[in-house]
Write a protein that binds this ligand. Structure first.
Ligand code: ARG
Ligand code: ZN
Length: 495
């Protein structure tokens, strides 16, 4: 079986999304655009109050996510996912088996998993058939015997169906997207549960193995280290492993007609996949991923993963990029017209430290990801000889940040509909620079490097970041962060 005809690039690509405006050419027009974008923002901080579904939800700590209480499950801690899926682009059907190894953190009579839209054929727990029920986007699994607190148990779910994207007006298009030649899965704050059963919250990080089977001739790329591929009877199985704990939203797959470049960078595998509908200049841009990660390592500490790379999609539905672990995915607009995409590569690679290695505890910690990744764009701009971080801070200060509206949404608690808003990205980067001006360069970069080292492979909250800054700097910074993260007015000029 071969894929259907290759699509041609069509109309000119849309401009990159507002959050990814190119800083190196930040002009008055761009600042006006920020203000225009801001007028769409409200100061609302809506919080969902939907109860967590599923029987395991009665547990005490950790509680439901303040923004997305319906995401994730409690009562267990996943150690690893071993996922085997077959995808047929002709029928758009996926069939899969996931083997989930987990530890019970309390005695479990039953437990739940997240799965959106697909159908379960069979579940076993420790080899014995288990009862399975469905409650909305939760699978509720009842093993034959209660699982004891501290027990390690293995759940195998066989499932399938036609996976589909999730569309949200504020968050964009996330999850599994079928394409003419294959399909891909990408998304934040949620994506994984559209293509496999998972504990879909970043607080439960785990290692992953992927075996992705597609029609012979198509490429299937996922996170981490390539572990070979084999072809049998017209189907090719591509194997990938992510040996470093990963948050579920960072799990990625891209299947279809891609140009694949496999090399090494600093002794680690480097894999770049570019959709065949994109020009080869994109391959050259993504080939810089290792070099750019190296520059970031000079500021943030050692690169935290076992592989490098990137994937460029041609699908216009994806207007953003996502920092998939060790192998970010980029929408096509970032490369439109042959423009330099190094700033967005620097942003996504900065997330490998800020977001991926050190992950949010809850989604209201999102500025710890986006504020720092946006600040990395500023550092990158300065590094390549464009505007310095200080110049960019001042451009915002005297531009969009001179308007009261800029401060209406607090960076430290933006609300679920503002997860990817200027309050988190640009105001978040301003918080980072304000911290730098307050504590000085030497302490600032020590804070960054000790933070990524102390929280490596784990989760961290804004409160923990504040405590860390106070500890490293030896200063009380509660008032500073109160103004900069939670205030709704412009604070005094820092420093
Ligand atoms: N974390 C991504 C980035 O800033 C943003 C993803 C935003 N959009 C989405 N629909 N999930 O690099
Ligand atoms: Zn980002």
């Amino acid at each position: 079986m071969t894929a259907t005809g290759r699509r041609r690039p069509s109309a000119p690509s849309p401009a990159p999304p507002a959050t990814f405006r190119r800083r190196r050419s930040l002009t008055v027009a761009a600042l006006v655009a920020v203000l225009v974008a801001l007028s769409g923002c409200t100061g609302d901080r809506p919080r969902s109050t939907a109860p967590v579904q599923g029987a395991a939800a009665q547990s005490t700590a950790p509680g439901p996510d303040p923004y997305f209480p319906e995401f994730g499950n409690v009562g267990y801690d996943v150690t690893s996912y071993d996922l085997a899926v077959t995808y047929d682009p002709a029928s758009k059907e996926l069939s899969g088996t996931v083997t989930i190894t987990a530890l019970a953190t309390e005695p479990l009579r039953e437990f739940s998993l997240d799965l959106i839209g697909l159908t379960v054929d069979e579940v076993t727990v420790d080899g014995a058939p288990a009862a399975v029920g469905r409650s909305g986007d939760k699978l509720v699994v009842t093993p034959v015997d209660e699982l004891a607190r501290g027990a390690s148990f293995t759940t195998v779910v066989t499932y399938g169906g036609t996976p589909e994207p999730l569309n949200s007006p504020t968050l964009g298009s996330d999850g599994f997207h079928p394409t003419a030649d294959g399909g891909f899965a990408i998304g934040e704050p949620r994506s994984a549960s559209t293509w496999f059963p998972v504990n879909d919250h970043p607080r439960d990080k785990a290692t992953y193995r992927f075996a992705i089977t597609v029609p012979e001739g198509l490429v299937a790329v996922s996170n981490g280290v390539p572990e070979g591929r084999e072809t049998d009877d017209g189907w090719t199985t591509w194997r990938w492993a992510e040996p470093v704990p990963m948050a579920s939203y960072l799990a990625m797959v891209a299947m279809g007609e891609y140009r694949l470049h496999e090399s090494e960078y600093r002794g680690l595998p480097m894999v770049v996949a570019v959709h065949e509908d994109l020009p080869t200049t994109v391959d050259a841009q993504l080939a810089r991923s290792g070099e750019i990660a190296d520059v970031l390592a000079g500021w943030f500490g050692p690169y935290p993963f076992r592989a490098y790379g990137g994937v460029a999609l041609s699908d216009q539905r994806i207007s953003y990029a996502l920092e998939a672990q060790s192998r970010p995915i980029y929408g096509p607009a970032f490369f439109a017209g042959g423009q330099d995409a190094s700033w967005v590569i620097a942003h996504e690679l900065a997330h490998q430290w800020f977001g991926n290695s050190v992950s949010v505890r809850e989604w209201d910690d999102i500025w710890l990801n986006e504020g720092f990744a946006t600040y990395a764009e500023w550092l990158w701009s300065e590094y390549v000889g464009d505007d310095t971080a200080q110049e960019l801070f001042d451009l915002y200060w005297t531009g969009p940040a001179a308007s009261a509206r800029f401060w209406a949404v607090p960076t430290g608690d933006p609300g679920r509909d503002n997860l990817f808003s200027h309050a988190v990205y640009e105001r978040g980067a301003m918080v980072v620079h304000a911290l730098r001006l307050t504590v000085g360069d030497e302490v600032f970069f020590r804070i960054l490097r000790t933070w990524t080292a102390a929280k490596r492979d784990g989760n961290a909250s804004t409160e923990e970041f504040i405590a860390h800054c106070e500890q490293v700097s030896g200063r009380l910074l509660g008032g500073f962060f109160e103004d900069w993260l939670y205030g709704t007015q412009r604070p005094p000029y820092p420093g």
